[in-house]
Ligand binder design. Structure first.
Ligand SMILES: Nc1ncnc2c1ncn2[C@@H]1O[C@H](COP(=O)(O)OP(=O)(O)OP(=O)(O)O)[C@@H](O)[C@H]1O
Ligand SMILES: [Mg+2]
Length: 261
């Protein structure tokens, strides 16, 4: 059965895209069939995997086909990455989607309807969410089985999580009662700093009872950032480093969650 995970946090620059790419490739390395969906008009997932920004067929066209109710090939947008994952790209043309969905009936279901057409071919579909809480994010949550929340262990992180969880709860109640929180993942962690430890404790005190927090955090490491500019995951860029190790552990933990069920 296919599991859909959206990587969400409306705060910018917390590691959503980096986590989408490296969790996706990490799962592929564990033998899973993975589709990565670029759900952000910034197109960073598309670019970070080395694809160009002016692609003709993207997620936007696929969602428009659903809205218009026309017959189409749902695989037309799919690209293949050399590290063994498939990708549905996006670019800035997706920007208008939030507005154009307003007039559509069942507007929160459009992405779900599209991804349902692809589920038979994959074990995991990972959606790289955009840094906002608009209609596209609600579409992403409506399509998802679970939400993975990357966050830096910073002082204000807790405030942002409250907003995100409000949208999560509202979407779950109205459109997707089976959705769960996959977990909170600390990213760009510099755990030798005391304030990182203190801020993790604050997040754990506020949410630890309610939400799962992943065992291992992702450290802040230059190679993790550099890999994206080469269009590859950390597994290709620095196979035996700490970054690859931490993302492989994350992939294993995500796989273990699914097996617990
Ligand atoms: N573990 C890490 N170590 C060092 N740099 C990192 C790490 N994770 C992410 N980065 C860098 O931090 C920046 C933000 O990461 P990323 O693009 O993944 O965040 P994002 O949440 O997707 O951002 P946005 O909200 O704009 O979509 C990027 O330059 C990325 O390369
Ligand atoms: Mg991003």
């Amino acid at each position: 059965m296919c599991k859909v995970i959206v990587i969400a946090n409306q705060k910018g620059g917390v590691g959503k895209t980096t986590t989408s790419i490296n969790l996706g490739v990490g799962l592929a390395r564990l033998g899973q069939r993975v589709l990565l969906v670029d759900g952000d008009p910034q197109g960073h997932l598309t670019l970070g995997l080395g694809f160009p920004k002016n692609l003709r067929v993207t997620l936007k066209n696929m969602m428009e086909n659903i809205v218009m109710g026309i017959e189409f090939d749902p695989r037309e947008a799919i690209l293949h990455h050399k590290e063994g994952v498939d990708v549905i790209p996006s670019n800035k043309l997706l920007t208008g989607m939030d507005l154009s969905l307003i007039a559509v009936e069942d507007r929160e279901q459009v992405l779900k309807e599209y991804l349902d057409l692809l589920k038979a071919d994959y074990d995991y579909i990972i959606i790289d969410g955009m840094p906002s809480l608009g209609m596209l994010t609600i579409n992403e949550m409506t399509a998802a089985d679970s939400v993975l929340i990357p966050t830096q262990p910073q002082y204000y992180a807790s405030d942002g999580l409250t907003e995100l969880l409000k949208v999560y709860k509202a979407t779950k109640t109205r459109f997707n009662p089976k959705m769960e929180i996959e977990g909170i993942l600390y990213t760009m962690d510099v755990s030798r700093y005391n304030n990182s430890k203190r801020n993790k404790k604050a997040i754990e005190a506020a949410y630890g009872n309610e939400l799962r927090i992943f065992n291992d955090s992702i450290p802040r490491l230059e190679p993790i950032s550099e890999a994206a500019s080469e269009g590859v995951s950390i597994f290709t860029y620095e196979k035996n480093g700490k970054g690859a190790e931490s993302y492989q552990k994350l992939a294993q933990e995500v796989l273990n969650h699914a097996k617990e069920k």
